[in-house]
Design a protein around this ligand. Sequence first.
Ligand code: APR
Length: 172
Amino acid sequence: MPGLVPSVEVVRTDITALAVDAIVNAANSSLLGGGGVDGAIHRAAGPELLAACRRVGRCHTGQAVLTPGFRLKARFVIHAVGPVWNGGGSGERELLRRTYLSALGVARTEPEIRSIAFPAISTGAYGFPREEAARIALEVLRDHAREFDRIVAAVFTEADLALYRDTLAALP
Ligand code: APR
């Protein structure tokens, strides 16, 4: 019955505007910022975020690290490094799955994180095919939804909103 089974909320929004406990950043291994959602998060959080990332150092592809959210509404940022799409023969699908799992794993280490929002990791500059990325993301998030009060899949475009809704509805 709808409403009883914890699921993923699909929302079209700028992820930096969300009032959740943690937002996930689609970062790169240097953690030194970039364009896309990474740039938006750094702009909204303020320069303290870059300083915190510098203190963390690097983060390997498929892994994730935690910092405060500084000027964001979200108290925390989970910086997760998705794979660059390189044709699909370099383990990209498994790495993307692992990226989402790592971000969830980091969220579990902080008891104050009860609500968490994810962008469509790797689907911008990193070129991961959007349909496949949506399936991987939503499958992992749906399977872990009961561990949190709220999991939001934050999409940026109308096309991704439709894709995510259809993909979520079609998951086995
Ligand atoms: N809120 C939510 N989603 C956003 C936002 C935003 N403010 N801005 C962009 N997006 C969406 C894009 O539409 C895309 O679907 O985030 C998704 C991921 O795109 P990128 O930000 O380009 O991330 P990714 O493909 O993982 O590439 C990572 O980009 O700038 C860098 O430093 C980052 O090098 C890293 C690379």
